[in-house]
Write a protein that binds this ligand. Structure first.
Ligand code: KIV
Ligand code: ZN
Length: 510
């Protein structure tokens, strides 16, 4: 059995998904969960991209101890210097440096000859190897690169000190057999190939990212890259949960294993979905709501007689629990704290005090508090506190079938001033959002609005996701409350606060 390293790029390639921008605490929370999942390598971001990216990569490198933390860098010294500053305190700093190698990219993007690209790649790897114990080199758009040239540049960067060679299918163009053949070609034609690990990085434009990654493993790759839930640029990256479970379930075929704790998959997937606002389709493999649901009578009958008739993966394997533990208004602080611990939710004493008060308040209105509710509450408390420039003080909405919906909103502003406005709209949400826009004194475009219940029941908590454009930045926001209108107001303000933070991260990072 070969060990396959799993390289997670949810916080870098995944964060490049349209409309996704995670803040500092959200990235940290995801990184901690990736560590718990047993990720070998976590690509925490692109440190030279912005001060916000730099700060989160630095914090993740300092915090995460059981995974190697890496950051992306172009083949230029200032990027590599920024990456070193951000990563140097990590348990095992590694640099991920890339340059495009395909004729299309050389001619139109880089305007460089083949020789110039080799020279730039070699000098960046040499420069990085003097600082970093491990350097991973990537040939962007490798799959549309001439094979003999790819072999030549790979040999050159290995000689320069690269320890991992990544062959990305940047545009999601390759087929499984072709991708496997690239790996076989490199193994046969690159003299120093035995000194390095080969890595696969696939995009899903033609829906082949998983099949391609598995083909690379069969052809000799010992690292695969991807994201949780397959989020990423355009159609996304290979979904790591699918790869890990495929390798586990078909170990007989692939003769390979990973170090991932598969029963942490569902929790990781839920966290990424919640924080990015990217909803998991119900039929998504491994983590979709229907992935283990048997609907047809024939299937149900078979499963009742013998599970393996129609079930190749058990829900428990990936952490989908049937445990219906619920807390209610009579539950005490001890039971509450114990359940949080059982769910792996680590909170400080101060957070605990606030959370227990919120829990009691909600449990008074809501019969049962499920695990999903508790996770949602803890995330809300942990993740929104560093970005509360505008805070909701109160809302009042009037709606009747024969009257114009009216909203009155009171906020506390960036300098703790009180802002009050009233407005109308064709519906309650429009009235609320028109009024909030007045409070901002600037135009705000709502691009998407989605509402979801946390768990089941009429008294379920409401979770609202919005996408908005404010001050020329497209951003997203999330709000949780018992009432849908309050959750909508919170999601709106969460998105606004994100933009304020993006415009001036220093105000929070100091
Ligand atoms: O898809 C790609 O080519 C990348 C590289 C930067 C590794 O993400
Ligand atoms: Zn990519």
């Amino acid at each position: 059995m070969r060990k396959i390293n799993i390289f997670d790029t949810t916080l870098r390639d995944g964060e490049q998904s349209a409309g996704v921008n995670l803040n500092f605490s959200e990235k940290l929370e995801i990184a901690k969960q990736l560590e718990r999942l047993g990720m070998d390598i976590i690509e925490a971001g692109f440190p030279a991209a912005s001060p916000g990216d730099f700060a989160s990569v630095q914090e993740i490198a300092k915090t995460v101890k059981n995974s190697s933390v890496t950051g992306l860098s172009r083949s230029i010294q200032k990027d590599m210097d920024a990456a070193w500053e951000a990563l140097k305190d990590g348990a095992e700093p590694r640099l991920h440096v890339f340059i495009a190698t395909s004729p299309i990219h050389r001619e139109y993007k880089l305007k460089m000859s083949k020789e110039q690209v080799i020279e730039a790649a070699v000098s960046s790897v040499k420069y990085a190897s003097a600082k970093f114990p491990i350097v991973q080199w990537s040939a962007e758009d490798a799959c549309r690169t001439e094979l003999d040239y790819l072999a030549e540049i790979v040999e050159a960067v290995i000689q320069a000190g690269a320890r991992v060679i990544n062959i990305p299918d940047t545009v999601g163009y390759i087929t499984p057999m072709e991708y496997g053949n690239i790996f076989k070609y490199l193994i046969e034609h690159v003299p120093s190939i035995n000194k390095v690990q080969l890595s696969a990085h696939c995009h899903d434009d033609l829906g082949m990212a998983i099949a391609n990654s598995l083909a690379a493993i069969e052809a000799g790759a010992s690292q695969i890259e991807g994201t949780i839930n397959g989020i990423g640029e355009r159609a996304g990256n290979a979904a790591l949960e699918e790869l890990a479970v495929a390798l586990y379930t078909r170990a007989d075929h692939y003769k390979a294993y990973t170090n991932l704790k598969l029963n942490e998959i569902k929790r990781t997937s839920n966290l990424v979905s919640k924080l990015t606002g990217m909803i998991i389709p119900p039929n998504k493999a491994i983590v979709g709501r229907n992935a283990f649901a048997h609907e047809s009578g024939i299937h149900q009958d078979g499963v009742l007689k013998e599970k393996t008739t129609y079930e190749i993966i058990s829900p428990e394997l990936v952490g989908v629990s049937s445990n219906a533990m619920v807390l209610g208004k009579h539950s005490g602080r001890h039971a509450f704290k114990t359940r949080l611990e059982e769910l792996g939710l680590v909170v400080t004493e101060e957070e605990m005090n606030k959370l227990f008060a919120t829990f009691k308040e909600l449990a008074d209105k809501k019969k049962e508090m499920t695990d999903d509710d508790l996770v949602a509450l803890v995330l809300e408390e942990k993740l929104s506190k560093d970005q509360r420039f505008f805070e909701l003080v109160s809302i009042q909405i009037q709606y009747g079938t024969n009257q114009v919906p009216t909203a009155t909103v009171t906020l506390s502003g960036c300098e703790n001033e009180t802002i009050m406005e009233a407005g109308t709209g064709a519906g309650s949400i429009e009235a609320l959002y028109n009024t909030l826009e007045k409070c901002m004194n600037d135009s705000v475009n709502l691009l998407d609005y989605r509402i979801q219940s946390v768990g089941a029941g009429r008294d379920a908590l409401a979770q609202v996701f919005v996408k908005m454009r404010y001050k020329d930045i497209e951003t997203s926001g999330r709000g949780l409350a018992q009432d849908v209108l309050e959750a909508s107001a919170k999601a709106y303000l969460n998105a606004i606060n994100r933009v304020i933070f993006l415009k001036d991260p220093a105000s929070v990072l100091m």
